[in-house]
Design a protein around this ligand. Sequence first.
Ligand code: ASP
Ligand code: MG
Length: 643
Amino acid sequence: MQVLKFGGTSVGSSKNINKVIAILEANAKQSKVICVVSAVGGITDKLLKAGHLAKDNKKDYKKEYKAIKNKHLAMLSELIPTNETKVADALEEKLKQLKNLLDGIFLINELSHQTSDRLLSFGELLSSFIIAETLKSRAISAVLKNAQELIVTNSNFTKAEVKFEPTNLNIRNYFNTSNKSITIVPGFISKSVNHEITTLGRGGSDYTAAIIAAALHVERLEIWTDVSGMYTTNPKLVKQAYPIKHISYQEAMELSHFGAKVLYPPTVQPVLDLKIPIHIKNTMDPKALGTIISENSHGKSSTATGITNINNIALLTLQGNGMVGVPGFSKRLFETLAQEKINIILITQASSEHSICFGIEVQEANLAEFAINEVFEYEIATKKIDPILVEKELAIIALIGDKMKSHQGISGKMFSTLGKNNINIRAIAQGASERNISAVIAEKDVKKALNTLHESFFESDTKQLNVFITGVGNVGERLVEQIKQQQQYLKKHLKINLRVAGLSNSRTMVFNADGIDLNAWKAELKEGEVATLEGFFKNAKVLNLRNSVFVDVTANEAVSKLYAKYLKESIAVVACNKIACSSTYENYVKLKALSLEYNAPFLFETNVGAGLPIIDTLSNLMASGDKITSIQAVLSREFKLCF
Ligand code: ASP
Ligand code: MG
């Protein structure tokens, strides 16, 4: 027996349902299939919205209802195009019941939790009905089994608790005697011991599937969704992210706690208890391997498994000398937060005990600030502590992996990678499980942080460089052409992914975070915005790309005056412009010092000897212990620099 669960997008259109059916048919060749389905994507939200509109006496609930009705009728007629009036009638009948319920809510202006469950149950009832009827109409041996006859709960409406004994018995009795090759089961819905309609809480279809899989001790639970598994990091922000083949339960929990909403931890507890593996698969790309989540992550070599982020974080700091060595402060602090039902996402306290710092969702920051200042009113008034400090526009990024605990140097690598890219870290937390290292950073840095961490932990063999070139006149044009010509070679042989992210001449400038197309750069530059030196700098800064390099191919003094600004953003500077290095010695020393301080190379090889390798050779000689005692040179007339 196999248990497959399909989410809202997988059953969200007739086209996708046909894909689901193809998968079911293929799987049914091996053994009996139990298919748990969600409501059609977005329908649960729509039902809820209609319910609230009706309760608030707003006639617009009818519009929502119409949309729900039309969506389902259209899907049915696309899936079963022949004149199956009986099926269409049955669907209309169900929709009518939904309409009656909404009308009732409208009349009595009331939407209790119990009624809400009844209302939401329509989502899964409708989707499962359509899928089962489609299978039958194609002469596939299939049956619909209402989960309400299987899953028994208490009467905790909107998030009922499962009574496992009768539930497991129902499931075993039913499936061990059923002879249909495919059984469609609506997820999420259940019935209380008193026969009331209940639901298992939002996202509860996974839970239904896990309960059935565990009751039947199946070999694995397949969760079919619209992505090819759990990714090393958010693929929307990091193009190089890829699906993780194997991951442990613990790692999956850590990852899904953050961004990767593929799996909601409490819902898979039943299979986790029995160590039944979960296979995440993609309905839109069934051939993709997906991710297998199991007891251990099968000895992969890499130390980190994934990187994840939570945005919209506020960091709150309680500090003051009056806290040092006095027990009870944190108790009062966290009690206050608990009373206000504010969830804490991250906590750190330095051993100096001078401050406690914690991260919460930004929406709750004002409430937390108010409540804490009130509770500590006396201590604040007597200057034992400061009023709580609230900082917003922050995010948490976290590196996840079971194996991190047996490796040293991981956090070192993480923080030096971030540091090199000028990403400031506001707070750090690592639990003793060492499975997760979290850092709080500015929200605007998240994309860069994920990219650069991904590069250093998952793409060790390639490095991306983002080049901003100013002064594409004669020489600059040759440089761009040379880059274009060498791009493939550099990637293949030196593992450098060299991209031109910004270009400017004296008139216009263009930028592209994904790299400018070097076959069309001239046309693009012509259409670009009006060039200013400040504007070029600002764009490079705001794009905030990892390993950024500013290249100055001008002979312009004003450009050379901006090097310090670039270096202070950890953007490397490469100059064939000689003005900075041949200006005052103090200026040269200052730039070298900034380069060191911000970990951003400052290179100017072509400043001396028109590109002959003099500077680099000299540096190498010095690095290997040689001392320069004198330099003799025949210098050109316009270049009167002496060593
Ligand atoms: N339809 C329910 C929801 O959207 C359950 C689920 O999809 O898992 O929350
Ligand atoms: Mg859903």
